[in-house]
Design a protein around this ligand. Sequence first.
Ligand SMILES: [Zn+2]
Length: 128
Amino acid sequence: MAARLLLRTCPLRVLQLRGGTAARPLQRAMASAGGIPTDEEQATGLERRTLQALKQGKDPYSILKPKQYTGTKTDPHIVPSIGNKRLVGCLCEEDNTAIVWFWLHEGEPQRCPECGSHYKLVHHELPH
Ligand SMILES: [Zn+2]
């Protein structure tokens, strides 16, 4: 009767007595290792590479909103490209419904034929 009462009131103590070794109550593995892992700790593959690049201030897959440029000769719109030219569409004014398309070539900044905004092609390496 006393043993049954002991089982009900203190099961941890009974486990230690029966096994002879330090038996521990059941716990989740994550709780014993220091808590729930963060996104960086459990990310793999492409997600892991992206998180590491973002930590270094890089944006290899263009996830973040692009930086705003004024479009002047000294601060042209930067257009990343894996080749030596790229087709660019300029929405010259905010209310325009027609897009002006033109080819942007590597080298000096080029102007939009309609509004005159400057665009510069910058070589962009793909991460893999
Ligand atoms: Zn334009």
